[in-house]
Design a protein around this ligand. Structure first.
Ligand SMILES: [Zn+2]
Length: 97
C-alpha cells in the first residue's frame, strides 16, 4: 500500500515535500494519546520530520502551527527542533540539560 501510494506522488500534508519510502511515516490525525482511533480513517502518510515534530498535536493544531511559523522562518526552525526532541531546550545543535 505504501509503495503504491508513494508512486502516485503523494506529498506531506504539512510541509508539502514529496514523500519518499525512506522518509515516510504513518501519522494519526487525532493522536491515540488524545482519544484517536487506531483505524484507517484516522491515519495518513507524512514525512518523518513532520511526524516527529507533530507528536501528540492534532492534525488541525499542527497545520495551524505550521501556518503561523511560516511567517517566521527563523523561529520555525527552532520551534520544530524543540518539538522533535520533546520540548527540551535545544541550542546550537545540542540538547541542553
Ligand atoms: Zn512534512
Amino acid at each position: 500500500m505504501i509503495e503504491t501510494t508513494l508512486r502516485e506522488g503523494v506529498e506531506c500534508p504539512y510541509c508539502h515535500e514529496q514523500l519518499t519510502p525512506r522518509f515516510v511515516s504513518v501519522d494519526h490525525i487525532q493522536p491515540r494519546s488524545r482519544g484517536g482511533a487506531d483505524s484507517l480513517e484516522n491515519i495518513h502518510f507524512t514525512c518523518l520530520s513532520c511526524n516527529l515534530a507533530k507528536s501528540d498535536l492534532t492534525d488541525e493544531e499542527f497545520k495551524l502551527l505550521m501556518e503561523f511559523l511560516s511567517l517566521y522562518p527563523l523561529m520555525k526552525k527552532s520551534v520544530l527542533r524543540r518539538l522533535k526532541v520533546g520540548g527540551a531546550s535545544y541550542y546550537g545543535g545540542k540538547l541542553q540539560k
